[in-house]
Design a protein around this ligand. Structure first.
Ligand code: COA
Length: 318
């Protein structure tokens, strides 16, 4: 068995709903400005005491149920996150303990909003090489905790949540190809400047030059679409569903135009969830699987762009 395929999906949102109107009381903004510039209408945030691992566990259990396997069957646990519960152990190890799994490799992967795409690529390689038969891939974020709630240019954009996928070994793809990139030259455009490693753990809040990020994201995502189609000798019309990272509806629309795909064939959750970083693609994926839009046998293109910069895609025959 030399391929991996998606056996099941799951997701979870925290219960605290924050609308654009709620934000008007926090920073100098308007509900209309946020909606018009980003497509975001609301987002869900964690409550005090609720953790990244709590969200990951709920999403993971749903994905395991959907896949019809036991947690004890897993050979690999990967959590893509920018907001781990602790510096260490990794959130993947915390999740492993919650799931009562013992011994299989478990680690976090940090590629910010591209984290889930990176994690899918790594899990696919474990399965293709025979190192794993069943892999749990989670994107989970409590991004609200690294926002500066006095900065209207960032705090209105993000939300919390988790999504998960169980991959299993198969004779046919499954994951057809993955494409990963990074360029650290852009580190200053989107960052949390502080960390324990540089001696400034207090500077732990996000900074973004939104305009520049927007421009580069649109052109880069256009390129990753071409790269993915070219690598597989596919035409735009072969893609049944685009499942983009959900940062801004205008970025999503630009990628859809590049693909000549109608918006009805694009899974869009940014209005309800905001940008949930590494959780956004698996949240959108699970929503469209569960409501019956995405069906077995269809061709799915996932793409993401995020801090680093990092960017990438996953092409899947579902
Ligand atoms: N409410 C009201 N006004 C706001 C605002 C807010 N929340 N945030 C910024 N503004 C103001 C700015 O101060 C600026 O005012 P000025 O013209 O008086 O200086 C004006 O709105 C326009 O700001 P600008 O940054 O040019 O707006 P924009 O159309 O580029 O939209 C973003 C801003 C952040 C929505 C947009 O740049 C974006 O989505 N960028 C990409 C973000 C992203 O995807 N990041 C994550 C990648 S994973």
């Amino acid at each position: 068995m030399k391929y991996s395929r998606v056996l099941g999906t799951g997701s979870h949102l925290p219960s605290r709903l924050m609308t654009n109107a709620d934000l008007e009381a926090i920073v100098e903004t308007t509900a209309d400005w946020i909606q018009e510039r980003t497509g975001i209408e609301q987002r869900y945030l964690v409550a005090d005491g609720e953790t990244c691992c709590d969200l990951a566990e709920a999403a993971a259990r749903r994905a395991l149920d959907a896949a019809g396997i036991q947690a004890s069957d897993l050979d690999l646990i990967l959590v893509a996150t920018t907001t781990p519960d602790q510096v260490f152990p990794s959130t993947a190890c915390l999740l492993q303990q919650r799931l009562d799994v013992h011994g299989c490799p478990a680690f976090d992967l940090q590629a910010v909003c591209t984290g889930f795409v990176y994690a899918m690529s790594v899990a696919d390689k474990f399965i293709r090489t025979g190192a794993a038969k069943y892999a749990l891939v989670v994107g989970s974020e409590t991004i609200s905790r690294i926002l500066d709630w006095t900065d209207r240019t960032t705090c209105v954009l993000f939300g919390d949540g988790a999504g998960a996928v169980v991959l299993g070994a198969a004779d046919e793809p499954g994951i057809i190809s993955t494409h990963l990139h990074a360029d650290g030259a852009y580190k200053d455009l989107l960052q949390v400047p502080g960390g324990h490693g540089n001696g400034h753990p207090e500077a732990a809040f996000m900074e973004m030059k939104g305009n520049e990020v927007f421009r580069i994201a649109v052109t880069t995502l256009g390129r990753i679409v071409d790269e993915t189609l070219d690598a597989n000798g596919l035409d735009k019309s072969d893609i049944d569903w685009l499942i983009p990272h959900q940062a801004n509806i205008r970025i999503i629309q630009a990628t859809a135009r590049k693909l000549d795909i109608p918006m009805e064939r694009v899974v869009v959750t940014v209005g309800e969830h905001g940008n949930t970083s590494s959780a956004s693609i698996p949240l959108a994926f699970d929503q469209a699987v569960r409501d019956g839009r995405i069906r077995r046998g269809e061709m799915l293109l996932m793409e993401a762009f995020g801090g680093g910069f990092t960017w990438g895609s996953v092409l899947i025959r579902y």
